[in-house]
Design a protein around this ligand. Structure first.
Ligand code: HXC
Length: 276
């Protein structure tokens, strides 16, 4: 049975597609510790479900997520590490304990999933909200999307990968401008910068369901390998990445899905994937 979460709705809009909707409308989906725990558990649950081929993460019309919950953070110690520790309500007396228990690993949960994640962004995706979206594999946005890293206005900086992922994605000058001025950009500018694809006709969630259904109709092993290989491009040198890609490519020739996919092409029929 599907688990229920207080701050997250989970549904199956189409076979093989899990839709996870952030649902803390009163605070524009601001991410407090409990909310964030729900998100990561729902994402992990979908990732482990064999019937799921792709996962969509979305918010409301007004906000994907307005960032980490400022009201929860505001009275915390100004020391950065303890601020983030408090944010996750994980209290570590010592650095050693934080290290051994893999502190903050949960924040990166999306990047560790095997299945592709599509973020469908409407309205505000600010601070931790944008950082959450930037962890997805594919970003779709409604024309209403407003993206930014306004942490500088609060006397802090992005703490969930914003400076690193944005800089890799949009380059130094644009990342600096967002991080140092807190300027919020609209959907068109975000698309010109290569952050999102804007869905101009119909709903962004419907389009995400289409893309996710398409992905879910493929062989899971090839999809998983493709995701892993593209992600390697952000971690490895070109030579290492090319070697990694080649090894995965070779390995896929030992799968039934490779035999089936190529046989189906030759026989001019649809492939019946067994994900094996
Ligand atoms: C807590 C928030 C919130 C947030 C909005 N709300 N954002 N509560 N944390 N991040 C609450 C408001 O207090 C308000 O509650 C309700 O949601 C509606 O918001 P309004 O401000 O009334 O709406 P509007 O005037 O339309 O303005 C929308 C907004 C603005 C531009 C998005 O709310 C805003 O600037 N929010 C903060 C954005 C931000 O700075 N994010 C970065 C956070 S730091 P009440 O009860 O008053 O009605 C961060 C660090 C990440 O994310 C670190 C990761 C490890």
């Amino acid at each position: 049975a599907q688990r229920e979460y207080a701050n997250v709705l989970v549904s199956r809009p189409s076979p093989g597609v899990a839709l996870i909707t952030l649902n803390r409308p009163k605070a524009l989906n601001a991410l407090n510790a409990v909310h964030f725990q729900d998100i990561s558990e729902a994402m992990k649950e979908a990732d482990e479900d064999v019937s799921v081929g792709a996962i969509i993460l979305t918010g409301s019309e007004r906000a994907f997520a307005a960032g980490a919950d400022i009201k929860e953070m505001k009275d915390k110690s100004c020391e950065y590490l303890s601020l983030v520790i408090e944010y996750f309500r994980i209290k570590f007396p010592e650095v050693a304990e934080a290290y051994t228990t893999n502190f903050l690993a949960d924040w990166e949960v999306i990047t560790q999933l095997k299945k592709p994640v599509i973020a469908a962004v409407s309205g505000y995706a600010l601070g931790g909200g944008l950082e959450l979206a930037l962890q997805a594999d594919i970003l779709l946005a409604a024309p209403s999307a407003q993206l930014g890293q306004p942490e500088v206005n609060l006397g802090v900086i992005p703490g969930g990968g914003g400076t690193q992922r944005l800089a890799r994605l949009v380059g130094k000058s644009r990342a600096m401008e967002l991080v140092l001025t807190g300027r919020i950009i609209g959907a068109d500018e975000a698309e010109r910068w290569g952050i999102v694809r804007v869905v101009r006709e119909g709903s962004v969630v419907d389009e995400a369901v289409k893309v996710a259904s398409d992905i879910a109709s493929k062989g899971r092993i090839a999809v998983g390998a493709g995701k892993e290989a593209v992600n390697a491009a952000f971690e490895m040198s070109l030579a290492e990445g090319l070697r990694f890609e080649r090894r995965l490519f070779h390995a896929l020739f030992s799968t039934k899905d490779q035999k089936e996919g190529m046989a189906a092409f030759s026989e001019k029929r649809r492939a019946e994937w067994t994900h094996s």
